[in-house]
Design a protein around this ligand. Structure first.
Ligand SMILES: Cc1ncc(C[n+]2csc(CCOP(=O)(O)OP(=O)(O)O)c2C)c(N)n1
Ligand SMILES: CC(=O)[C@@H](O)[C@H](O)COP(=O)(O)O
Ligand SMILES: [Mg+2]
Length: 633
């Protein structure tokens, strides 16, 4: 399958080296680059299928455009491995997504070839338009800017806001729509249907081929006229096809669909487009996972490599646990929502394009009529949930914490203000690991706790996750948020009968006298470990798992106030304005004057690493907690 040859790749450190090669050599460059990525990702797993799908596009773009002067903006950026390798980062590529290594996404601070930092979807057109118009204002009228956006990312509302603005702007922006008919899961929605139809509709294709025929006939005129016509054939085609598709109607000149795996054809069309003025969209058809059969066959599984794998067979190497291990939180969510929905027919569930990621695919299979994948549309997802709730359903809206940042106004204006019983489930809350700063879900506690009517909760383990989900769907609960982390919980036996958790009530985990530690969510388990370590040193810790940031358990807080002059809070969210701040506000207002320390994410962005490395870096792994307690007493 993948071969180790890097003869041509060895000649390329930067795109200027690529541009010295002949066009004939480009298909071989693509083969080498593709095999190189397969080999690297097989030993250092990361995003996979999307990069394999844009190899030819990546090579053609750097061949035609004068990068870094000309600027490429990759949407999401999970497809940019080829771009990284061709732009001076091949030697560092083995550090991809590792602590201290290169980021899995384009990042301005990492390379002058990364024109714009990405990670969250659908930003590329807006950013490219900004870059383009800034260049123009500065007088750099020869600078070109290209946004490369997938069909999934194109479903995000922001992409349409960008298109809408760019269409009437006086700019030469090129948007490349990389259409592989996939997001992480299969692409969904009207736009997806439309794009499929564009490729397959006989009427549209007839119109297109008629236009090409007319152009062909016109080319039979004399040499001078032919030269003029050739120069203007794209414009002519565009005029003839105007209003024949969505993008043309928007005001973009539309080109395509073209085969995105023919690198020489891509070079040709990009060379033409480079010289055409005004906003343009090139529709490129690609295959996600191209060149690695298992990834072509199961693009969802290979969106990111599921582990280290054999490049010949695609077999994934998994460490078999010696004893049964705890489930992932996401699977507890997925199985529990099915159980709850079987009992309560008012329950519906929503995901913006992450059914596999949050395990809502389980409910989707069993109850498709009550489970909605709305595409990459977090804002819509929340307001749609509010609509369902306004007509008396109980929607569970599951959104990764960092993507929930998109929905802030919708949570306030559409859910909380109307006191609707929407259950917001924030998966991937806390430090997620290898995806790094763009994806850490560290802001939600701080941005949710100030919203009136909203209950803000976080389970310390899977059993509490189940029970919080059970509690949230009971009548008249109002807006209810539940946040939980990426990865595994702590209990092998988690599938216990449901029991209601009183809203605003925490739980005593350990009794002690020297210091009170109040934790929220999964890091309570780090405190538990620290407590056991310190017990051996005769330091006794009173530990509460608070479970709710809002309402806070004031009974616990009053008792802490009465008994302790040393208090530590622990959370996997930002320290500023988060759970610890909420506790501090309460205690200070009640006259607490003892020692107080908040542990959590400091006021800076945290890069990638394993979660354990990052907990340590932030000082709230069990060692860090022990250290703080020893220091305080
Ligand atoms: C705001 C936001 N929501 C969700 C995601 C998660 N996500 C990353 S890639 C992706 C699918 C993107 O599909 P597409 O743009 O078509 O790219 P492809 O992987 O098919 O190349 C999703 C849903 C994200 N990065 N940002
Ligand atoms: C690029 C992107 O946003 C997703 O692919 C994300 O990396 C998925 O994260 P999980 O692996 O936690 O589902
Ligand atoms: Mg796609």
């Amino acid at each position: 399958m993948a071969e180790a040859q890097t003869q041509l790749l060895d000649k390329i450190e930067y795109p200027r080296d690529l541009r010295k090669l002949s066009e004939k050599e480009l298909p071989d460059v693509c083969t080498e680059l593709r095999n190189y990525i397969i080999r690297e990702v097989s030993s250092n797993p990361g995003h996979f299928g999307a990069s394999l799908g844009v190899i030819e596009l990546t090579v053609a773009l750097h061949y035609v455009y004068q990068t870094p002067y000309d600027q490429l903006v990759w949407d999401v950026g999970h497809q940019a491995y080829g771009h990284k390798i061709l732009t001076g980062r091949r030697k560092k590529f083995h550090t991809n997504r590792r602590i201290g290594g290169i980021s899995g996404f384009p990042k301005i601070a990492e390379s002058e070839f990364d024109a714009f930092g990405v990670g969250h979807s659908s930003t590329s057109i807006s950013a490219a338009l900004g870059l383009m118009l800034a260049a123009k204002i500065k007088g750099e009228t020869d600078r070109k800017v290209v946004a490369i956006i997938g069909d999934g990312a194109m479903t995000g509302g922001m992409a349409f806001e960008g298109l809408n603005n760019a269409a009437t702007s006086n700019s030469d922006i090129l948007v490349i729509l990389n259409d592989n008919n996939m997001a992480i899961d299969p692409a969904v929605g009207g736009l997806n249907n439309y794009l499929v139809q564009m490729q397959t509709s006989p009427a549209y294709n007839r119109l297109k081929s008629d236009v090409w025929k007319i152009l062909g006939k016109l080319n039979k005129v004399g040499p001078k006229a032919r030269q003029v016509l050739q120069q203007h054939q794209h414009a002519l085609k565009s005029v003839l096809l105007r209003n024949s598709n969505l993008f043309e109607s928007f005001g973009f000149r539309y080109f395509g669909p073209v085969d995105g795996h023919d690198v020489n054809a891509m070079v040709k069309i990009l060379s033409d487009l480079r010289n055409i003025e005004g906003p343009k969209l090139l529709h490129v058809i690609t295959k996600k996972g191209k060149g690695f059969a298992p990834a072509e066959e199961n693009a969802t599984k290979w969106h990111a490599a599921p582990g280290k794998f054999d490049i010949r067979t695609g077999e994934v190497f998994v460490d078999m646990p010696l004893k049964p291990s705890a489930p992932k939180y996401q699977d507890v969510f997925g199985k529990t929502i099915v159980e709850l929905a079987e009992k309560n027919e008012k329950i519906a569930a929503i995901t913006p394009a992450m059914p596999t990621g949050c395990s809502l695919n389980l409910m989707m299979q069993k109850m498709p009529e009550r489970t909605f994948d709305v595409g990459i549309a977090e804002q819509h997802a929340v307001t749609f949930a509010a609509g369902l709730a306004a007509n008396n359903l109980v929607p569970f809206c599951n959104i990764y914490s960092s993507f929930m940042q998109r929905s802030y106004d919708q949570i306030i204006h559409d859910v909380a203000l109307q006191n609707l019983n929407v259950v917001l489930c924030l998966d991937r809350a806390g430090l997620v690991g290898a995806d790094g700063a763009t994806h850490h879900g560290v802001f939600d506690l701080a941005f949710l706790r100030n919203i009136p009517n909203l209950t803000v909760s976080a389970p310390m383990d899977e059993i509490d996750l189940r029970n919080l989900m059970y509690t949230a769907q009971l009548p008249d609960m109002g807006p209810f948020s539940i946040r939980y982390p990426r990865g595994k919980g702590v209990h092998v036996e988690w599938d216990v009968p449901f029991s209601e958790i009183p809203v605003g009530k925490g739980k005593e985990i350990a009794q002690g006298t020297d210091v009170a530690v109040l934790s929220i969510g999964h890091p309570g388990n780090f405190v538990k470990e620290a407590t056991e370590t310190l017990n051996n040193e005769n330091i006794s810790v009173q530990h509460y798992d608070m479970r709710f940031v809002k309402p806070l358990d004031t009974e616990i807080l009053d008792s802490v106030l009465a008994k302790f002059d040393k208090v530590i809070t622990v959370e996997d969210g930002v320290i500023n304005g988060g759970f610890g701040s909420a506790v501090m506000e309460y205690l200070m207002e009640k006259g607490y004057s003892g020692k107080f320390k908040r542990l959590g994410i400091p006021d800076r962005f945290i890069d990638q690493g394993t979660p354990e490395e990052l907990y340590r870096e932030c000082g709230f792994d069990s060692d860090g907690i022990c250290w703080e307690i020893r220091d305080m007493i």
